[in-house]
Design a protein around this ligand. Structure first.
Ligand SMILES: [Fe+2]
Length: 221
């Protein structure tokens, strides 16, 4: 077996395992998503991933190799990170970032595989791999668009909370705006649980006494 062919089959096995790992992780990511579009995107990609696994089967066949996975440490690490974000309730923006890392990993792998398939004279297999590559790119683009919506709504929610909280405090305390702002600034140093600071919907329920500071919010990321 040529060195390139060996490297190709190895990478193919790695990708098969990566897809299988992602297939298991996607339902958890969909469940964790708060944004409806994001949840739908994860669900759709779960279906696409099934299709991609079957396409990999076709490529194994073209190379007359058994469709066998080989543990993909890269995807394992990326999924581990995503699961951590879910556990810590970091929110949709962080979830999208983790998903895009996984997509970029796959885009890189499929780009390599398609190029190697051409070099190995397997045009048909290259086409199949390119089809998946295109699908991964589309998913990545879609996630970028959803991220824009999610980040914007998180930001406007924060602004709304801040202005609500300020208007609630002002008449009660009979303080000038500048003074109440100073007070809220001193609250920046007060310890807050990760959960409170990270999740907009959660923080709404908790109804904080102090407005969320811009610095503390930005520093989270
Ligand atoms: Fe994939």
């Amino acid at each position: 077996m040529s060195v390139l062919r060996e490297a190709f089959v190895d990478e193919l096995k790695d990708s098969l395992d990566a897809e299988r790992q992602l297939l298991k992780a996607l339902p958890k990511m969909a469940e964790a998503a708060e944004n409806d579009q994001l949840r739908a995107a994860f669900e759709q990609h779960e279906q696409e991933t099934r299709q991609q696994i079957s396409r990999l089967g076709q490529v194994f066949e073209a190379f007359e190799e058994q469709a066998q996975g080989k543990h993909c440490k890269g995807m394992e690490g990326l999924i581990e990170e995503a699961e951590e974000l879910i556990k810590e309730e970091e929110g949709d923006a962080a979830l999208i970032a983790a998903a895009q890392k996984a997509e970029h990993y796959e885009i890189s792998a499929y780009g390599t595989l398609a190029a190697w398939a051409v070099a190995l004279g397997q045009e048909q297999a290259a086409q199949v791999l390119n089809e998946t590559l295109q699908e991964e790119r589309e998913t990545d683009k879609k996630l970028t668009a959803i991220a824009q919506t999610v980040v914007n709504s998180m930001e406007s929610q924060r602004e709304k909370e801040e202005s609500e909280s300020e208007s609630e405090q002002r008449p009660r305390r009979q303080q000038p705006a500048s003074r109440s702002r100073r007070k809220s600034a001193s609250a920046k140093s007060a310890p807050r649980s990760k959960r409170q600071s990270s999740r907009v919907s959660r923080s709404q329920k908790t109804r904080r006494a102090q407005p969320r500071s811009k610095r503390a919010h930005a520093g989270k990321r």
